[in-house]
Design a protein around this ligand. Structure first.
Ligand code: GLA
Length: 730
């Protein structure tokens, strides 16, 4: 009966909602189109993905010989020597799938138009629906699949990609992002050669230290910023992933999804398995077009409060490390407020009653204030924040515990562990990972935020950290024959918790941190407002990292902090202006002890913070144009943000090397209106009364974009930099 009801709802839904059983399905955004063929009883086929075409053009796509003859979701078992998106073994040992289209359903959701191709196996009660969603007001189309085991017996999934699609083979170049702690999101560009290119992560918890689940692929040669045909894709998953380019002389196909390595999934009868979204865009204006499309999409749909300006914050970490106390925090707030700061974040070190958190080796899990350090409690800090007119936030690492903690003493079974083996430990030789597959543990992690927010509703911001990867692959909660689900169920558990937090605390600002930039992905970002880009705050290295991360993530989410003149990670000494000029291209913050600043530096910081506030909407909501890449070894890097109306822009240039009589190239601007005139203002002159020589000058957009601005006279000396505002004049 239930089945009949569902079928009727489906048929009625499809009849009411649009095209049913038609052959070609054209999915379009303002500038892109994707074409599929899906006929009942046949294989679903992927035909085209590129610039926007109209229905009348479909025949030309076939006639031109450009249409692909590829299945939209190839599965293993029958004539499948090529790459496959899915492979399963049924309960009887049969390892084949043979899927044909059953029906196609098109409907509209609040954020986009969805095309759902429902396929079923010819013999087994196995249904797979492939979804494509065109996000409204963007050039992003996403795709994912849902698997339903309609039988009684379980089926085991050994390969389960979210996305599969062919790409035209030619002079294809791949752009991707790699790194390590302190050096995240470094850009790599390479020509694709025959074979398989894999971008993957296996750390279990935080997936973007070693590489990011995002890539760009050119169709016509070396990647360029503002021209060339480029496809960009990102997997919205916070766990292990696998992106694969399968390349032959005449063939190129991409598959993307959860990394199945040691994660085969047993799907019980009657159950459904939903795979994460893979989002993609297609640009005819180079990598810049790809980035701008993803930035808009992120601000509209994949980031908390994507349309709200971010506060300028001071984080206590590099200023005091674990040495937090009431007087010190109060003093930091006062000094930061005097500079124009808006939000103070107390980092690690504030908690632990029985075991005070003095180092990184105890107390995680004991989220009560350390009375020894903070006798007036969080209340005292909230009072200080009120007194100094700043908002207040704090650091948590709620997925973790330490062997030395009250939580672990009470719940030793709550940590991931392999029965019969000694426990592995992370940071400080004592850190353990809580088992988020366990609903009881999920409740606990939710209660960390819920408890703090209930007690102290004045908390405006939380930095959610994760300083450990998944070490021991064992859960006391999951049954013995479901241990291979840990990699996946952990992230589902995390998502459950984050969903509950967001439902109850929609206004709370959350930062995703994982020992720096370990959690920069669109699986987790929908619950967060921003991420901590890297623990490395060295401004020079940040130019490279922030450039890399800007390819897929918008500036409003890029935590960028000014730290001490002698950087704590690299030891490099740079001028305060350079450090501000670099941090001002993201979500500006500070991470140092303000009382250590001299009067001259304080005066500069006050001006720079005021200048950032003045251009904040342009930086945080504007369109990014990357002008000179730090990876091109020209000795400088340059980028700019332009408002959609093209009436205001902010331009940045940084000198990365310093030699006598070195070549300093001029920079051509981009994204402006050629016919508008713009007045230039030096936003951060080192001396208030001495702006740079361009200050006050007016230029026509066309001149700025065709001829550019000479930089040799502006970038004198080591770590020279400029941040200029362009304002339209009548
Ligand atoms: C991680 C974070 C840092 C800081 C420390 C605190 O390393 O990335 O920013 O919060 O933890 O222990």
């Amino acid at each position: 009966m239930e089945k009949v009801k569902m079928f009727l709802v489906f048929v009625l839904g499809t009849l009411l909602s649009g095209q049913v059983f038609a052959k070609d399905y054209l999915i379009s955004t303002p500038n892109t189109s994707l074409l599929l063929t899906a006929e009942p009883g046949q294989k679903s086929m992927f035909r085209y993905y590129g610039s926007r075409i109209e229905t009348a053009d479909i025949q030309s796509i076939y006639a031109s010989g450009c249409a692909f003859g590829s299945q939209s979701y190839p599965v293993f078992g029958i004539s499948t020597s090529n790459e496959r998106a899915m492979a399963v073994i049924h309960a009887d040992g049969n390892a084949s799938l043979d899927l044909v289209v059953e029906a196609v359903n098109q409907y509209t959701e609040a954020d986009g138009d969805v095309t759902a191709i429902r396929m079923k196996d010819n013999i087994y009660p196995f249904v797979l629906t492939q979804f494509y969603k065109a996000y409204k007001g963007t050039d992003v189309i996403s795709t994912w699949v849902e698997v339903e085991n309609k039988g009684k017996k379980s089926v085991t999934l050994y390969r389960f990609a979210s996305a599969y699609f062919p790409v035209n083979r030619g002079d294809n170049w791949l752009t991707h992002f790699h790194g390590a702690w302190g050096a995240e999101h470094m850009m790599v560009e390479e020509k694709l050669t025959n074979g398989q290119k894999i971008i993957a992560d296996r750390s279990g918890l935080a997936n973007s230290h070693s590489s990011n689940p995002s890539f760009m692929l050119t169709l016509d040669g070396k990647p360029q910023e503002e021209y060339g045909h480029v496809l960009g894709g990102t997997l919205a998953w916070s766990g292990n992933y696998l992106l694969k380019a399968d390349v032959k002389n005449t063939w190129l196909a991409i598959s993307a999804g959860i990394n199945e390595d040691m994660a085969h999934y047993v799907l019980d009868g009657g159950k459904t398995f939903v795979l994460p979204e893979f989002a993609m865009t297609y640009s005819t204006t180079g990598k810049g077009g790809v980035s701008r499309a993803f930035h808009r999409w992120a601000r509209m749909y994949k980031l908390q409060h994507g349309n709200v300006e971010r506060d300028i914050l001071l984080n206590s970490w590099e200023g005091v490390y674990f040495k937090v106390n009431q007087t010190g925090m109060d003093e930091m707030m006062q000094n930061f407020s005097a500079l124009g700061g808006e939000l103070f974040v107390m980092d690690d070190g504030w908690f632990g009653d029985k075991y005070p958190r003095d180092k990184g080796n105890s107390s995680l899990g004991d989220w009560v204030v350390c009375k020894k350090k903070l006798p007036e409690g969080i209340e005292g800090l909230l009072d200080s924040a009120k007194k100094h007119n700043v908002k207040f936030g704090l650091w948590i690492e709620p997925e973790m515990t330490n062997t030395q903690s009250e939580l672990f003493e009470k719940h030793p079974d709550w940590v991931l562990q392999v029965e019969g083996r000694p426990r592995s430990t992370g940071r400080g030789g004592t850190q353990l990972v809580l088992d988020l597959t366990n609903p009881e543990v999920q409740d606990f992690v939710f209660s960390v935020v819920d408890g703090l927010m209930t007690k102290y509703p004045g908390i405006a911001y939380m930095k959610w950290d994760d300083n450990c990867s998944l070490m021991d692959y064992g859960s006391t909660y999951l049954p013995k024959n479901r241990q291979s689900h840990i990699y996946i169920e952990y992230h589902r558990g995390l998502k459950n918790v984050l969903e509950r937090i967001r439902a109850k605390y929609p206004d709370l600002v959350l930062q995703a941190c994982a020992a720096g930039g370990g959690r920069v992905n669109y699986g987790i970002l929908p619950y967060f407002d921003e991420f901590w880009t890297s623990d490395d705050t060295d401004a020079l290295q940040r130019v490279y990292m922030q450039w890399g991360v800007s390819n897929f993530y918008p500036s409003i989410a890029v935590g960028a902090h000014v730290s001490a003149d002698k950087n704590h990670q690299t030891g490099r000494v740079t001028p305060l202006k350079f450090r501000f000029d670099v941090a001002m291209s993201g979500r500006l913050g500070m991470e140092m002890q303000p009382k250590d600043m001299n009067e001259r530096d304080k005066e500069f910081a006050r001006r720079a913070i005021a200048a950032y506030k003045h251009v904040r909407p342009v930086v945080q909501f504007g369109d990014l144009y990357r002008l000179v890449s730090p990876y091109d070894n020209q000795g400088i890097a340059s980028l700019m943000y332009v408002t959609p109306e093209k009436d205001r822009a902010v331009f940045y240039v940084y000198k990365l090397e310093n030699f006598i009589n070195m070549t300093v190239p001029g920079v051509r601007l981009a994204g402006l209106d050629p016919n508008k005139h713009y007045r230039i203002k030096d936003l951060t002159p080192a001396k208030a009364q001495k702006p740079c020589s361009l200050d006050g000058k007016v230029f026509r957009g066309a001149v700025l974009m065709e001829e550019g601005l000479g930089m040799a006279g502006l970038l004198k000396g080591e770590y020279a930099s400029q941040v200029l505002e362009l304002q339209e004049v009548d």
